[in-house]
Each structure stands twice: as structure tokens, then as C-alpha cells.
Design a binder for this molecule. Structure first.
Ligand SMILES: Nc1ncnc2c1ncn2[C@@H]1O[C@H](COP(=O)(O)OP(=O)(O)OP(=O)(O)O)[C@@H](O)[C@H]1O
Length: 277
């Protein structure tokens, strides 16, 4: 269970996240939606500790992760892998090395310096690439791949961390619909294995199609927390505002209007999570 308790984050006078409280059971797939500047990225970054909280705390399985330091903090950052809109790969490194970099945090620093990876690590990286259907790109420089392929490499790198949770910050915002769908399908499949996925999404349709729980943010606050069915037009208006609502829907009609390849969303309890495709 991830507990976010009365968390606030200020940047100077600006309150980016304002007294947010959420409890996210292990294995949930959660979409966070809201207008630009609503505080979605800051919330994810505080979970992973790329940003610290100003007030409140974040707890995972009883451990206050918002207060961790040193080795324990690095272990937590390994447990909650993060993927970004811009993929954040090393462009002039081959794909398989990029994936193996996911294992760096927690390895012998000397091995890191020499960039030596064990046979087991190489095998695991290849398996992760195979799983994302891009093993054939293993020896290419990352920068030669399409955006969709690069995001899949980033997901493979995240899997190398053997995470308990994947935090995805607008993972499909730079992708065409086909690649966006492949990436969202991959996240959904990973989630079906019991890994919590929390993803920021710009558009309603994608959140509705893939997430069993949707959290709506506006001006740093959680203004909605419910199922796709509960996300009515009135609620969407509260999240996006009247102007933003139009934008949210029109965007959904263009770049990221998606439907999952396999039947939409399956409500996940610990039991059916294991049965999900
Ligand atoms: N490092 C920072 N320094 C100052 N202000 C920041 C910083 N990071 C975020 N903010 C501000 O906090 C608010 C929330 O930003 P955040 O990036 O979390 O929103 P968002 O919902 O993720 O938006 P987007 O969808 O555009 O990424 C914004 O007003 C932003 O300008």
C-alpha cells in the first residue's frame, strides 16, 4: 500500500501540490489527469523522491519513504521506477546497455565505472526487450529508434530495476496513436503482474480505457478520485474547467485516442489481477 498523507509541495510562493491524500493498494493501475500545471508531475516526482515534500508524508508498506536517506533512499528509487515523456535514454549507447543501466543503482560502483554487466544481467535485459517486442534493436544506438521504440526501451530499463511500482510521467504525450497504444498496452500488461502503475495522462479517453482508478487534479488538489464510470462530463468539467474540457476531448480525438488491443479495463482485485491478460 502506498499512502500519500496530506502532502503539499511549494516552490517559493507557488503551491504545486496542495494537501493531497491518497491510498493506493499494491497492483492498482491509476491514471492521474488534469490540466497543465495541475501538479501531476510534482506528485509523481515526490513519490520517487526526485522532489521532496514540503509538508505531509509518503509511506510505502509502513516505511516513510519521504524521509529516507542514503542507501535506503536508493533502494526505494529502485522499487519505484520512473519513465518520462522524453524517454531519457543515453542516445549514443546501444539499446541493451541502456536497459542494463536500470540495474546500476544497487551494483558495485567499480563495475559501474567499468560498465561491466554480468551474463545474467545481459540475459535479463534481453528478456525485457523481448517482452516489449524490440529485442531486434538490442545492438542499435538508442537514438536511431522511433519514439515509440525508445519508450519501450525505457520501460524495459524500468523492468530491470525489478520495481514494485512504475511511475509514468506523460509516457505517451510524444507518441503517435499506434505507438501510444503499444506503450499503454505494455504498461497494462506489466500492471497485470501485480506491479502498481501510476501514470500521468493528458487525455480522458486514455485514462478511461486503461486505468481502473482515475485521480483528477486541479490547482494542486485532488478534485476527483474514482472509477472511469464515475468520471462524468460534470466531473471532467471540474477537473479541466469549461475551456480545458474542450481541449481534453479534442486532444483525445487526435493524438492519443486509444482503445486497448485486449478488452478494455478489468477491475483488479488481488485475485483477478493474476488472471488478467
Ligand atoms: N522546479 C519548479 N520550480 C518552480 N515551480 C515549479 C517547479 N516544478 C513545478 N513547478 C510549478 O508547479 C506547478 C505544477 O507543476 P507540474 O509540472 O507538477 O504540473 P503538471 O500537472 O504535471 O503539468 P504538465 O502537464 O504541464 O506537466 C506549475 O505551476 C509549475 O510551474
Amino acid at each position: 500500500m502506498l499512502r500519500i498523507s496530506h502532502v503539499t509541495r511549494r516552490f517559493g510562493d507557488k503551491v504545486a501540490v496542495d494537501d493531497v491524500t491518497l491510498e493506493i493498494p499494491q497492483g492498482q493501475m491509476v491514471g492521474i489527469i488534469g490540466r497543465s500545471g495541475a501538479g501531476k508531475s510534482t506528485l509523481l516526482r515526490m513519490i520517487n523522491r526526485l522532489n521532496d515534500v514540503s509538508d505531509g508524508f509518503i509511506e510505502y508498506s509502513g516505511v516513510k519513504v519521504s524521509q529516507l536517506r542514503g542507501v535506503e533512499l536508493r533502494a526505494w528509487q529502485r522499487d519505484c521506477a520512473m519513465i518520462f515523456q522524453q524517454f531519457n535514454l543515453v542516445p549514443r549507447l546501444d539499446v541493451i546497455t541502456n536497459v542494463m543501466l536500470g540495474r546500476l543503482n544497487g551494483r558495485n560502483p567499480v563495475m559501474n565505472l567499468l560498465q561491466l554487466f554480468t551474463a545474467e544481467e545481459q540475459f535479463e535485459a534481453l528478456k525485457a526487450l523481448e517482452r516489449l517486442d524490440i529485442a531486434q534493436t538490442a545492438m542499435q544506438w538508442a537514438q536511431t529508434l522511433s519514439g515509440g521504440q525508445q519508450q519501450r526501451v525505457a520501460i524495459a530499463r524500468a523492468l530491470m530495476q525489478r520495481p514494485k511500482m512504475i511511475l509514468a510521467d506523460e509516457p505517451i504525450a510524444s507518441l503517435d496513436p499506434r505507438n501510444a497504444q503499444i506503450v499503454m498496452d505494455s504498461l497494462r500488461d506489466i500492471n497485470a503482474e501485480g506491479i502498481t502503475v501510476i501514470t500521468n495522462l493528458h487525455t480522458l479517453d486514455t485514462a478511461r480505457a486503461y486505468c481502473e482508478r482515475i485521480v483528477g487534479m486541479a490547482a494542486g488538489k485532488v478534485v476527483f478520485d474514482g472509477t472511469p464510470d464515475e468520471l462524468t462530463t460534470d466531473v471532467a468539467r471540474a477537473i479541466y474547467g469549461a475551456d480545458g474540457l474542450k481541449e481534453a476531448f479534442s486532444e483525445a480525438m487526435t493524438s492519443t485516442a486509444l482503445a486497448p488491443v485486449t478488452p478494455a479495463f478489468l477491475p483488479r482485485t488481488p485475485t483477478n489481477a493474476q488472471q488478467a491478460p
